[in-house]
Write a protein that binds this ligand. Structure first.
Ligand code: GAR
Length: 200
């Protein structure tokens, strides 16, 4: 890739797609030197697909139930990403664990956003975990994806206070605002070469 080339991004989603929206908006405004070439969803009802359609971005739905096993499904997912020509895979609320095969096919070129200050509270229901532990500060992380669950090298984080009366909903909303800021930033750090692809 030449320095002036735009980074091509495939965004994998399962639901609402607010992070997808922040990435697309940042591409469109020039805040990040990138284009979203594909939105890939494992859920045909994801609101993220509507967002992709509204922005005339190519989208594809691949549902696990239509494949015999996880291995075949993951090949279909990774084939779709490869066909899109994407340089970077961004997981944005994609609620499936990717196989080692998928991860190694795009080694060092997959990133994820997670709603906690990793390495605290990986996995599901991160905001619930934060409240249950009584932490006073939480936040979000964008990190490279390795074979573990939310364990790869950290690119950027942002913190938010946890208030005494917080619910999962109020804390999630506060964290989400920060996700929308740091995810495009992390992509631009990669697009500009400030952060090198991770070759783990
Ligand atoms: C975001 O809060 C993201 O951090 C989280 O799902 C939400 C998706 O929202 N991801 C995870 O918990 C992954 N472990 P969105 O669909 O509106 O972007």
């Amino acid at each position: 890739m030449f320095a002036t080339d735009k980074l091509k991004i495939a965004v994998l989603v399962s639901g609402r797609g607010s992070n997808l929206q922040s990435i697309v908006d940042a591409c469109r405004s020039g805040e990040i030197n990138a284009d979203t070439v594909l939105v890939l969803s494992d859920n045909s009802k994801a609101k993220a697909l509507e967002r992709a359609r509204n922005q005339s971005i190519k989208s594809k739905v691949l549902q696990r139930k239509n494949y015999d096993d996880v291995a075949t499904y993951d090949v279909a997912l990774s084939d779709a990403v490869e066909e899109s020509g994407a340089d970077l895979v961004c997981l944005a609320g994609f609620m499936r664990i990717l196989s080692k095969k998928f991860i190694h096919r795009f080694d060092g070129n997959i990133i994820n956003v997670h709603p906690s200050l990793l390495p605290s509270f990986p996995g599901l229901a991160a905001q619930r975990q934060a409240l249950d532990h009584g932490v006073k500060v939480s936040g979000c992380t964008v990190h490279f994806v390795d074979e573990g669950v939310d364990t790869g090298p950290i690119i950027i984080q942002s913190c938010v206070p946890v208030m005494p009366r917080d619910t999962v909903e109020s804390l999630s909303a506060r964290i989400l605002e920060q996700e929308h800021i740091i995810y495009p930033k992390a992509i631009q750090m990669i697009a500009s070469g400030e952060v090198k692809r991770w070759l783990g």
